[in-house]
Design a protein around this ligand. Structure first.
Ligand code: XMP
Length: 519
Protein backbone atom coordinates (compact mmCIF):
# COMPACT_ATOMS: atom_id res chain seq x y z
CA UNK A 1 0.00 0.00 0.00
CA UNK A 2 1.50 3.36 -1.00
CA UNK A 3 1.78 6.21 1.51
CA UNK A 4 -1.13 8.61 1.31
CA UNK A 5 -3.10 11.41 2.94
CA UNK A 6 -6.91 11.54 3.16
CA UNK A 7 -8.57 14.93 2.69
CA UNK A 8 -12.09 15.30 4.05
CA UNK A 9 -14.11 17.90 2.18
CA UNK A 10 -16.46 19.98 4.33
CA UNK A 11 -17.87 21.82 1.31
CA UNK A 12 -14.88 23.99 0.46
CA UNK A 13 -14.53 25.69 -2.90
CA UNK A 14 -10.83 24.94 -2.62
CA UNK A 15 -10.86 21.23 -1.72
CA UNK A 16 -9.44 20.16 -5.08
CA UNK A 17 -6.71 22.76 -4.72
CA UNK A 18 -5.60 21.22 -1.42
CA UNK A 19 -5.26 17.87 -3.18
CA UNK A 20 -3.36 19.40 -6.09
CA UNK A 21 -0.90 21.22 -3.85
CA UNK A 22 -0.16 18.01 -1.96
CA UNK A 23 0.26 15.99 -5.14
CA UNK A 24 2.69 18.68 -6.34
CA UNK A 25 4.87 17.66 -3.39
CA UNK A 26 4.87 14.11 -4.85
CA UNK A 27 2.62 12.84 -2.09
CA UNK A 28 -0.44 10.80 -2.99
CA UNK A 29 -3.72 11.96 -1.49
CA UNK A 30 -7.42 11.42 -2.09
CA UNK A 31 -10.38 13.67 -1.52
CA UNK A 32 -13.54 12.35 0.19
CA UNK A 33 -16.82 13.98 1.20
CA UNK A 34 -16.66 14.51 5.00
CA UNK A 35 -19.42 11.95 5.57
CA UNK A 36 -18.11 9.26 3.18
CA UNK A 37 -18.24 5.73 4.65
CA UNK A 38 -15.32 5.23 7.05
CA UNK A 39 -14.32 1.98 5.37
CA UNK A 40 -13.71 3.70 2.05
CA UNK A 41 -11.20 6.04 3.66
CA UNK A 42 -9.58 3.59 6.04
CA UNK A 43 -9.04 1.12 3.18
CA UNK A 44 -6.57 3.66 1.82
CA UNK A 45 -4.57 3.37 5.08
CA UNK A 46 -3.75 7.10 5.10
CA UNK A 47 -0.86 8.42 7.19
CA UNK A 48 -2.69 11.61 8.08
CA UNK A 49 -5.88 13.61 7.59
CA UNK A 50 -6.54 17.08 6.25
CA UNK A 51 -9.90 18.65 7.04
CA UNK A 52 -10.91 21.25 4.47
CA UNK A 53 -12.67 24.57 4.91
CA UNK A 54 -16.41 24.85 4.41
CA UNK A 55 -19.24 27.37 4.37
CA UNK A 56 -21.02 26.31 7.57
CA UNK A 57 -20.68 27.57 11.12
CA UNK A 58 -19.68 24.75 13.51
CA UNK A 59 -22.56 25.39 15.90
CA UNK A 60 -25.22 25.57 13.17
CA UNK A 61 -27.81 22.78 13.20
CA UNK A 62 -26.66 19.93 10.91
CA UNK A 63 -23.20 21.47 10.55
CA UNK A 64 -20.72 18.80 9.36
CA UNK A 65 -18.63 17.36 12.20
CA UNK A 66 -15.38 15.44 12.32
CA UNK A 67 -16.24 11.72 12.07
CA UNK A 68 -15.25 9.62 15.10
CA UNK A 69 -12.94 7.30 13.18
CA UNK A 70 -10.69 10.26 12.34
CA UNK A 71 -10.01 11.15 15.97
CA UNK A 72 -9.88 7.49 16.99
CA UNK A 73 -7.21 6.74 14.37
CA UNK A 74 -4.51 8.56 16.34
CA UNK A 75 -3.13 9.87 13.03
CA UNK A 76 -1.84 13.43 12.50
CA UNK A 77 -4.48 15.98 11.55
CA UNK A 78 -4.46 19.37 9.88
CA UNK A 79 -7.67 21.41 9.99
CA UNK A 80 -7.99 24.27 7.53
CA UNK A 81 -10.40 27.11 8.41
CA UNK A 82 -13.70 25.28 9.05
CA UNK A 83 -11.66 22.11 9.57
CA UNK A 84 -9.75 23.87 12.35
CA UNK A 85 -12.95 25.14 13.92
CA UNK A 86 -14.57 21.68 13.77
CA UNK A 87 -11.46 20.22 15.40
CA UNK A 88 -11.58 22.87 18.13
CA UNK A 89 -15.24 22.14 18.83
CA UNK A 90 -14.74 18.36 18.81
CA UNK A 91 -11.93 18.60 21.38
CA UNK A 92 -13.73 20.99 23.74
CA UNK A 93 -12.31 24.37 22.68
CA UNK A 94 -14.44 27.39 21.79
CA UNK A 95 -15.30 28.89 18.41
CA UNK A 96 -17.26 32.14 18.02
CA UNK A 97 -18.22 34.60 15.31
CA UNK A 98 -15.45 37.17 15.12
CA UNK A 99 -16.43 40.81 15.35
CA UNK A 100 -14.80 41.49 12.05
CA UNK A 101 -14.92 39.00 9.24
CA UNK A 102 -11.55 38.50 7.65
CA UNK A 103 -11.64 38.09 3.87
CA UNK A 104 -8.52 38.58 1.83
CA UNK A 105 -4.84 39.05 2.58
CA UNK A 106 -3.54 39.09 6.14
CA UNK A 107 -0.17 39.08 7.88
CA UNK A 108 0.56 36.06 10.01
CA UNK A 109 3.21 36.21 12.71
CA UNK A 110 4.62 33.08 14.34
CA UNK A 111 4.40 32.98 18.13
CA UNK A 112 6.08 29.64 18.87
CA UNK A 113 8.46 27.49 16.86
CA UNK A 114 6.55 24.63 15.22
CA UNK A 115 7.05 22.00 12.53
CA UNK A 116 4.76 23.64 9.94
CA UNK A 117 5.25 27.40 9.81
CA UNK A 118 8.71 28.93 9.68
CA UNK A 119 9.53 31.63 12.22
CA UNK A 120 8.66 35.16 11.03
CA UNK A 121 5.97 36.98 9.05
CA UNK A 122 3.97 35.36 6.26
CA UNK A 123 1.46 36.70 3.78
CA UNK A 124 -1.66 34.50 4.01
CA UNK A 125 -5.19 34.43 2.60
CA UNK A 126 -8.10 34.48 5.05
CA UNK A 127 -11.76 33.85 4.39
CA UNK A 128 -13.78 33.37 7.55
CA UNK A 129 -16.50 34.73 9.79
CA UNK A 130 -16.00 32.49 12.83
CA UNK A 131 -12.70 32.06 14.62
CA UNK A 132 -11.15 30.01 17.42
CA UNK A 133 -11.53 31.90 20.71
CA UNK A 134 -10.14 29.23 22.99
CA UNK A 135 -8.02 26.36 21.69
CA UNK A 136 -8.73 22.91 23.17
CA UNK A 137 -6.69 21.69 26.15
CA UNK A 138 -3.21 20.60 25.07
CA UNK A 139 -3.14 23.08 22.14
CA UNK A 140 -0.95 26.16 21.92
CA UNK A 141 -1.24 29.21 19.73
CA UNK A 142 1.58 28.89 17.19
CA UNK A 143 0.87 31.97 15.04
CA UNK A 144 -1.60 34.85 14.91
CA UNK A 145 -2.91 37.62 12.68
CA UNK A 146 -4.66 40.88 13.63
CA UNK A 147 -8.13 39.36 13.45
CA UNK A 148 -7.21 35.80 14.33
CA UNK A 149 -5.41 35.72 17.67
CA UNK A 150 -5.36 31.93 17.24
CA UNK A 151 -4.39 31.94 13.56
CA UNK A 152 -2.49 28.68 13.85
CA UNK A 153 -2.90 26.26 16.75
CA UNK A 154 -1.33 22.90 17.47
CA UNK A 155 -0.94 20.04 19.86
CA UNK A 156 2.54 18.91 18.83
CA UNK A 157 2.38 15.75 20.91
CA UNK A 158 -0.76 14.46 19.21
CA UNK A 159 0.33 16.03 15.91
CA UNK A 160 -2.96 17.91 15.60
CA UNK A 161 -2.77 21.31 13.87
CA UNK A 162 -5.23 23.94 12.75
CA UNK A 163 -4.76 26.92 10.45
CA UNK A 164 -7.32 29.67 10.09
CA UNK A 165 -6.01 30.77 6.68
CA UNK A 166 -6.03 28.91 3.36
CA UNK A 167 -2.58 27.48 2.58
CA UNK A 168 -3.87 25.92 -0.67
CA UNK A 169 -4.58 29.16 -2.58
CA UNK A 170 -1.82 30.93 -4.44
CA UNK A 171 -2.52 34.14 -2.49
CA UNK A 172 -0.73 32.36 0.38
CA UNK A 173 2.73 32.28 -1.21
CA UNK A 174 4.28 29.90 1.36
CA UNK A 175 1.15 27.75 1.56
CA UNK A 176 2.51 24.84 -0.47
CA UNK A 177 5.54 24.69 1.81
CA UNK A 178 3.32 24.57 4.92
CA UNK A 179 1.26 21.74 3.46
CA UNK A 180 4.39 19.93 2.37
CA UNK A 181 5.85 20.13 5.88
CA UNK A 182 2.67 18.71 7.35
CA UNK A 183 2.45 15.75 4.97
CA UNK A 184 6.16 14.92 4.77
CA UNK A 185 7.64 16.00 8.12
CA UNK A 186 4.66 15.54 10.43
CA UNK A 187 2.86 12.59 8.80
CA UNK A 188 6.08 11.00 7.57
CA UNK A 189 4.87 10.29 4.04
CA UNK A 190 7.66 9.66 1.54
CA UNK A 191 7.41 11.94 -1.49
CA UNK A 192 7.65 9.23 -4.11
CA UNK A 193 4.49 9.88 -6.12
CA UNK A 194 6.36 10.77 -9.33
CA UNK A 195 5.39 10.32 -12.99
CA UNK A 196 7.71 7.31 -13.17
CA UNK A 197 6.19 5.65 -10.10
CA UNK A 198 2.66 6.39 -11.35
CA UNK A 199 3.61 4.74 -14.63
CA UNK A 200 4.97 1.61 -12.99
CA UNK A 201 1.98 1.30 -10.67
CA UNK A 202 -0.58 1.88 -13.47
CA UNK A 203 1.01 -0.73 -15.68
CA UNK A 204 0.82 -3.36 -12.98
CA UNK A 205 -2.78 -2.43 -12.09
CA UNK A 206 -3.89 -2.61 -15.72
CA UNK A 207 -2.24 -6.02 -16.13
CA UNK A 208 -3.98 -7.28 -12.98
CA UNK A 209 -7.34 -6.00 -14.16
CA UNK A 210 -7.21 -7.14 -17.75
CA UNK A 211 -5.27 -10.40 -17.56
CA UNK A 212 -5.34 -11.96 -21.01
CA UNK A 213 -8.51 -10.08 -22.07
CA UNK A 214 -9.02 -8.01 -25.18
CA UNK A 215 -9.34 -4.24 -24.81
CA UNK A 216 -10.84 -1.57 -27.07
CA UNK A 217 -10.09 2.14 -26.95
CA UNK A 218 -11.09 5.27 -28.80
CA UNK A 219 -8.53 8.05 -29.16
CA UNK A 220 -9.89 11.55 -29.63
CA UNK A 221 -6.51 13.24 -29.98
CA UNK A 222 -6.98 14.95 -26.63
CA UNK A 223 -4.34 14.50 -23.95
CA UNK A 224 -6.43 12.33 -21.62
CA UNK A 225 -7.52 9.66 -24.07
CA UNK A 226 -4.07 9.60 -25.68
CA UNK A 227 -2.24 9.06 -22.39
CA UNK A 228 -4.81 6.48 -21.22
CA UNK A 229 -4.41 4.49 -24.42
CA UNK A 230 -0.61 4.69 -24.38
CA UNK A 231 -0.57 3.46 -20.76
CA UNK A 232 -2.78 0.52 -21.63
CA UNK A 233 -0.64 -0.26 -24.66
CA UNK A 234 2.49 -0.16 -22.50
CA UNK A 235 0.79 -2.67 -20.17
CA UNK A 236 -0.73 -5.19 -22.56
CA UNK A 237 0.62 -4.47 -26.06
CA UNK A 238 -1.33 -6.15 -28.82
CA UNK A 239 -4.27 -7.11 -26.62
CA UNK A 240 -5.32 -3.49 -27.24
CA UNK A 241 -7.10 -2.26 -30.38
CA UNK A 242 -7.18 1.55 -30.53
CA UNK A 243 -9.54 3.37 -32.86
CA UNK A 244 -9.22 6.98 -33.95
CA UNK A 245 -12.50 8.41 -35.17
CA UNK A 246 -12.08 11.31 -37.59
CA UNK A 247 -15.38 13.11 -37.06
CA UNK A 248 -14.54 15.98 -39.40
CA UNK A 249 -14.66 18.39 -36.45
CA UNK A 250 -10.93 18.48 -35.77
CA UNK A 251 -8.50 21.31 -36.36
CA UNK A 252 -6.19 21.72 -39.31
CA UNK A 253 -3.55 19.01 -39.47
CA UNK A 254 -4.82 17.24 -36.35
CA UNK A 255 -5.75 13.88 -37.87
CA UNK A 256 -2.32 13.45 -39.41
CA UNK A 257 -0.57 14.69 -36.28
CA UNK A 258 -2.35 12.27 -33.94
CA UNK A 259 -1.91 9.23 -36.16
CA UNK A 260 1.75 9.89 -36.87
CA UNK A 261 2.60 10.65 -33.22
CA UNK A 262 1.05 7.36 -32.11
CA UNK A 263 2.74 5.48 -34.87
CA UNK A 264 6.18 7.02 -34.86
CA UNK A 265 6.75 8.14 -31.28
CA UNK A 266 4.86 5.43 -29.46
CA UNK A 267 4.77 2.51 -31.86
CA UNK A 268 0.99 2.20 -31.56
CA UNK A 269 -1.02 1.45 -34.67
CA UNK A 270 -4.28 3.43 -34.60
CA UNK A 271 -7.16 2.06 -36.63
CA UNK A 272 -8.33 5.26 -38.34
CA UNK A 273 -12.01 5.52 -39.15
CA UNK A 274 -13.10 8.26 -41.53
CA UNK A 275 -16.60 9.15 -40.32
CA UNK A 276 -16.69 12.77 -41.47
CA UNK A 277 -19.70 12.27 -43.71
CA UNK A 278 -21.67 10.50 -41.00
CA UNK A 279 -21.13 13.27 -38.43
CA UNK A 280 -21.84 16.05 -40.90
CA UNK A 281 -25.05 14.46 -42.03
CA UNK A 282 -26.17 13.86 -38.42
CA UNK A 283 -25.53 17.56 -37.67
CA UNK A 284 -27.55 18.85 -40.63
CA UNK A 285 -30.04 21.51 -39.61
CA UNK A 286 -28.95 21.50 -35.94
CA UNK A 287 -28.06 24.82 -34.34
CA UNK A 288 -28.78 24.34 -30.63
CA UNK A 289 -25.51 23.69 -28.68
CA UNK A 290 -26.71 20.89 -26.42
CA UNK A 291 -28.42 19.20 -29.36
CA UNK A 292 -25.10 19.32 -31.25
CA UNK A 293 -23.39 17.63 -28.30
CA UNK A 294 -26.09 14.97 -28.09
CA UNK A 295 -25.97 14.17 -31.81
CA UNK A 296 -22.17 14.00 -31.80
CA UNK A 297 -22.16 11.69 -28.76
CA UNK A 298 -24.74 9.41 -30.35
CA UNK A 299 -22.98 9.28 -33.72
CA UNK A 300 -19.70 8.51 -31.99
CA UNK A 301 -21.28 5.55 -30.24
CA UNK A 302 -22.77 4.23 -33.50
CA UNK A 303 -19.42 4.47 -35.29
CA UNK A 304 -17.61 2.91 -32.36
CA UNK A 305 -20.12 0.06 -32.05
CA UNK A 306 -19.74 -0.94 -35.66
CA UNK A 307 -15.95 -0.73 -35.45
CA UNK A 308 -15.97 -2.83 -32.28
CA UNK A 309 -17.82 -5.55 -34.18
CA UNK A 310 -15.29 -5.36 -37.05
CA UNK A 311 -12.41 -5.75 -34.60
CA UNK A 312 -13.93 -8.82 -32.96
CA UNK A 313 -15.34 -8.89 -29.42
CA UNK A 314 -13.61 -7.24 -26.47
CA UNK A 315 -14.41 -7.36 -22.77
CA UNK A 316 -12.77 -4.10 -21.77
CA UNK A 317 -12.99 -0.50 -22.87
CA UNK A 318 -10.46 2.24 -22.03
CA UNK A 319 -11.78 5.58 -20.78
CA UNK A 320 -9.77 8.71 -20.10
CA UNK A 321 -11.73 9.73 -16.98
CA UNK A 322 -9.52 11.93 -14.77
CA UNK A 323 -9.71 12.72 -11.04
CA UNK A 324 -11.56 16.06 -11.25
CA UNK A 325 -14.34 14.27 -13.19
CA UNK A 326 -14.61 11.72 -10.39
CA UNK A 327 -14.59 14.35 -7.64
CA UNK A 328 -17.06 16.58 -9.44
CA UNK A 329 -19.48 13.76 -10.09
CA UNK A 330 -19.29 12.83 -6.39
CA UNK A 331 -20.10 16.44 -5.55
CA UNK A 332 -22.80 16.79 -8.21
CA UNK A 333 -24.60 13.76 -6.77
CA UNK A 334 -24.97 15.69 -3.52
CA UNK A 335 -26.08 19.08 -4.73
CA UNK A 336 -28.38 20.24 -7.42
CA UNK A 337 -25.88 22.00 -9.62
CA UNK A 338 -27.26 23.84 -12.62
CA UNK A 339 -25.98 22.09 -15.71
CA UNK A 340 -24.42 24.73 -17.95
CA UNK A 341 -22.97 22.40 -20.57
CA UNK A 342 -22.77 18.64 -20.84
CA UNK A 343 -19.02 18.30 -21.19
CA UNK A 344 -18.64 14.58 -21.08
CA UNK A 345 -20.77 13.46 -23.91
CA UNK A 346 -18.32 11.30 -25.81
CA UNK A 347 -18.00 8.36 -23.50
CA UNK A 348 -21.56 7.74 -22.43
CA UNK A 349 -22.07 4.25 -23.81
CA UNK A 350 -25.41 2.55 -24.36
CA UNK A 351 -26.47 0.10 -21.67
CA UNK A 352 -26.34 -2.87 -24.00
CA UNK A 353 -22.62 -2.40 -24.72
CA UNK A 354 -21.33 -4.59 -21.95
CA UNK A 355 -17.74 -3.53 -21.32
CA UNK A 356 -15.74 -3.44 -18.14
CA UNK A 357 -14.07 -0.05 -17.99
CA UNK A 358 -10.31 0.42 -17.75
CA UNK A 359 -9.73 3.92 -16.37
CA UNK A 360 -6.00 4.32 -15.75
CA UNK A 361 -6.22 8.08 -15.11
CA UNK A 362 -9.08 7.92 -12.63
CA UNK A 363 -6.94 9.21 -9.75
CA UNK A 364 -4.80 11.70 -11.66
CA UNK A 365 -5.05 15.46 -12.03
CA UNK A 366 -4.51 16.94 -15.48
CA UNK A 367 -0.95 18.03 -14.71
CA UNK A 368 -0.14 14.51 -13.60
CA UNK A 369 -1.67 13.07 -16.77
CA UNK A 370 0.59 15.36 -18.75
CA UNK A 371 3.68 14.41 -16.77
CA UNK A 372 2.88 10.70 -17.25
CA UNK A 373 2.42 11.43 -20.97
CA UNK A 374 5.93 12.83 -21.08
CA UNK A 375 7.28 9.84 -19.17
CA UNK A 376 5.62 7.62 -21.80
CA UNK A 377 7.43 9.43 -24.60
CA UNK A 378 4.78 11.80 -25.97
CA UNK A 379 6.32 14.96 -27.45
CA UNK A 380 6.13 17.91 -25.08
CA UNK A 381 4.07 20.02 -27.53
CA UNK A 382 1.44 17.33 -27.60
CA UNK A 383 0.98 16.81 -23.87
CA UNK A 384 1.18 20.46 -22.96
CA UNK A 385 -1.12 21.69 -25.68
CA UNK A 386 -4.30 23.57 -25.06
CA UNK A 387 -7.53 21.70 -24.33
CA UNK A 388 -9.89 21.01 -27.19
CA UNK A 389 -13.52 20.11 -26.48
CA UNK A 390 -14.86 16.65 -27.34
CA UNK A 391 -17.51 18.04 -29.76
CA UNK A 392 -14.67 19.85 -31.51
CA UNK A 393 -15.27 22.61 -34.00
CA UNK A 394 -19.03 21.97 -33.94
CA UNK A 395 -19.33 24.12 -30.79
CA UNK A 396 -17.18 26.84 -32.36
CA UNK A 397 -19.16 26.93 -35.59
CA UNK A 398 -22.20 28.78 -34.28
CA UNK A 399 -25.37 28.12 -36.23
CA UNK A 400 -25.43 25.24 -38.65
CA UNK A 401 -22.32 23.10 -39.10
CA UNK A 402 -21.61 22.74 -42.81
CA UNK A 403 -18.50 21.59 -44.62
CA UNK A 404 -17.99 25.03 -46.12
CA UNK A 405 -18.28 26.83 -42.79
CA UNK A 406 -15.99 24.29 -41.12
CA UNK A 407 -13.38 24.93 -43.79
CA UNK A 408 -13.47 28.69 -43.10
CA UNK A 409 -13.35 28.17 -39.35
CA UNK A 410 -10.46 25.70 -39.60
CA UNK A 411 -8.47 28.17 -41.74
CA UNK A 412 -9.11 31.10 -39.36
CA UNK A 413 -8.20 28.97 -36.35
CA UNK A 414 -4.97 27.81 -38.01
CA UNK A 415 -3.95 31.44 -38.65
CA UNK A 416 -4.68 32.42 -35.06
CA UNK A 417 -2.71 29.50 -33.66
CA UNK A 418 0.22 30.01 -36.02
CA UNK A 419 0.51 33.69 -35.06
CA UNK A 420 0.25 32.96 -31.34
CA UNK A 421 2.81 30.22 -31.65
CA UNK A 422 5.18 32.54 -33.47
CA UNK A 423 4.73 35.08 -30.67
CA UNK A 424 5.41 32.35 -28.07
CA UNK A 425 1.92 32.73 -26.60
CA UNK A 426 0.29 29.44 -27.47
CA UNK A 427 1.79 26.91 -25.11
CA UNK A 428 0.17 27.43 -21.84
CA UNK A 429 2.22 26.21 -19.08
CA UNK A 430 5.08 24.04 -18.18
CA UNK A 431 5.73 22.73 -14.72
CA UNK A 432 8.97 24.64 -14.32
CA UNK A 433 8.03 27.93 -15.93
CA UNK A 434 4.61 28.59 -14.42
CA UNK A 435 1.90 30.11 -16.55
CA UNK A 436 2.73 31.84 -19.78
CA UNK A 437 0.75 33.05 -22.73
CA UNK A 438 -2.81 31.93 -23.32
CA UNK A 439 -4.39 28.91 -21.64
CA UNK A 440 -6.82 28.48 -24.51
CA UNK A 441 -7.13 30.39 -27.77
CA UNK A 442 -9.33 29.67 -30.76
CA UNK A 443 -11.48 31.14 -33.50
CA UNK A 444 -15.28 31.04 -33.50
CA UNK A 445 -17.36 31.43 -36.65
CA UNK A 446 -20.50 33.47 -36.08
CA UNK A 447 -23.66 33.05 -38.16
CA UNK A 448 -23.84 36.82 -38.56
CA UNK A 449 -23.15 38.62 -41.80
CA UNK A 450 -21.89 42.15 -42.03
CA UNK A 451 -21.07 44.52 -44.86
CA UNK A 452 -17.49 45.15 -45.85
CA UNK A 453 -15.52 46.55 -48.74
CA UNK A 454 -12.68 44.72 -50.45
CA UNK A 455 -10.96 46.08 -53.54
CA UNK A 456 -13.83 48.56 -54.16
CA UNK A 457 -16.36 45.73 -53.99
CA UNK A 458 -19.10 45.33 -51.44
CA UNK A 459 -18.87 42.15 -49.38
CA UNK A 460 -21.56 40.64 -47.16
CA UNK A 461 -19.92 37.87 -45.20
CA UNK A 462 -19.64 36.16 -41.84
CA UNK A 463 -17.74 37.26 -38.71
CA UNK A 464 -14.92 35.46 -36.90
CA UNK A 465 -14.56 36.04 -33.18
CA UNK A 466 -11.21 35.43 -31.52
CA UNK A 467 -11.34 33.96 -28.05
CA UNK A 468 -8.13 33.87 -26.01
CA UNK A 469 -8.14 33.39 -22.25
CA UNK A 470 -5.81 33.08 -19.32
CA UNK A 471 -6.84 30.71 -16.57
CA UNK A 472 -5.38 28.21 -14.14
CA UNK A 473 -8.30 25.86 -13.80
CA UNK A 474 -10.78 26.70 -16.62
CA UNK A 475 -13.49 27.23 -13.98
CA UNK A 476 -12.91 30.97 -14.13
CA UNK A 477 -10.99 32.79 -16.83
CA UNK A 478 -9.98 36.23 -17.97
CA UNK A 479 -9.55 37.40 -21.55
CA UNK A 480 -5.93 37.54 -22.60
CA UNK A 481 -4.47 41.03 -23.04
CA UNK A 482 -2.91 40.17 -26.40
CA UNK A 483 -0.71 42.87 -27.94
CA UNK A 484 -2.70 45.12 -30.31
CA UNK A 485 -0.14 44.64 -33.08
CA UNK A 486 -0.59 40.89 -32.89
CA UNK A 487 -4.39 41.19 -32.97
CA UNK A 488 -4.12 43.50 -35.97
CA UNK A 489 -1.96 41.00 -37.82
CA UNK A 490 -4.30 38.08 -37.02
CA UNK A 491 -7.38 40.03 -38.15
CA UNK A 492 -5.66 41.17 -41.32
CA UNK A 493 -4.58 37.67 -42.25
CA UNK A 494 -8.01 36.16 -41.54
CA UNK A 495 -9.98 38.59 -43.71
CA UNK A 496 -7.43 38.30 -46.51
CA UNK A 497 -6.91 34.57 -46.46
CA UNK A 498 -10.19 33.01 -45.29
CA UNK A 499 -13.09 32.57 -47.67
CA UNK A 500 -16.44 33.93 -46.52
CA UNK A 501 -15.14 36.13 -43.69
CA UNK A 502 -14.85 39.91 -43.85
CA UNK A 503 -14.74 40.94 -40.18
CA UNK A 504 -12.89 39.87 -37.03
CA UNK A 505 -13.85 40.76 -33.46
CA UNK A 506 -12.04 40.09 -30.17
CA UNK A 507 -14.00 38.63 -27.24
CA UNK A 508 -13.31 40.68 -24.08
CA UNK A 509 -15.59 38.87 -21.64
CA UNK A 510 -14.35 36.99 -18.63
CA UNK A 511 -15.78 33.73 -17.25
CA UNK A 512 -18.10 34.21 -15.44
CA UNK A 513 -20.34 35.70 -16.73
CA UNK A 514 -19.44 34.23 -20.14
CA UNK A 515 -18.06 30.71 -20.61
CA UNK A 516 -14.82 29.96 -22.46
CA UNK A 517 -16.44 28.25 -25.44
CA UNK A 518 -19.24 30.19 -27.11
CA UNK A 519 -21.57 27.17 -27.07
P1 XMP B 1 -16.55 26.40 -20.77
O1 XMP B 1 -16.97 26.73 -22.16
O2 XMP B 1 -17.58 25.57 -20.04
O3 XMP B 1 -15.28 25.48 -20.95
O4 XMP B 1 -16.10 27.60 -19.99
C1 XMP B 1 -14.39 25.06 -19.93
C2 XMP B 1 -13.43 24.07 -20.56
O5 XMP B 1 -14.14 22.90 -21.00
C3 XMP B 1 -13.99 22.70 -22.39
N1 XMP B 1 -15.28 22.24 -22.92
C4 XMP B 1 -15.55 20.96 -23.26
N2 XMP B 1 -14.78 19.86 -23.24
N3 XMP B 1 -16.59 18.58 -24.11
C5 XMP B 1 -15.30 18.66 -23.67
O6 XMP B 1 -14.61 17.65 -23.68
C6 XMP B 1 -17.42 19.65 -24.17
O7 XMP B 1 -18.57 19.54 -24.57
C7 XMP B 1 -16.87 20.90 -23.72
N4 XMP B 1 -17.39 22.16 -23.63
C8 XMP B 1 -16.39 22.97 -23.14
C9 XMP B 1 -13.58 24.05 -22.95
O8 XMP B 1 -12.86 23.90 -24.17
C10 XMP B 1 -12.75 24.61 -21.82
O9 XMP B 1 -11.43 24.10 -21.85
Amino acid sequence: MKDSIAILDFGSQYAQLIARRIRESHVYCELFPWDAPAKKILDLQPKGFILSGGPASVYAPNAPQIPDYVLESGLPLLGICYGMQALTKALGGRVAPSEECEYGPAKLETVLPNPIIEKGWHKVWMSHGDRVEEPPVGFEVLARSDNSPAGVIGDTEKKYFGVQFHPEVHHTPDGSKFLQRFVIDVCGVSPDWTPESILVESVSQIRDQVGGGKVLAAVSGGVDSSVAVALVHRSIGDQLAAVFVDNGLLRQGEVHQVISTFNQELGIELVAVDSQAEFLSALTGITEPEEKRRVIGETFIRVFESKAVDLGGAEFLVQGTIYPDVVESQAADRSKVDRIKTHHNVGGLPEDMKFDLVEPLRYLFKDEVRAVGEALGFPREMVWRQPFPGPGLAVRCLGEVTEERLTSLRAADAILRAELEEAGLLIIKSREDGIQGTAQAFAVLLPVRSVGVMGDQRTYQEVVAIRAVTTEDFMTADWARLPHELLACIANRIVNEVQGVNRVVYDITSKPPATIEWE
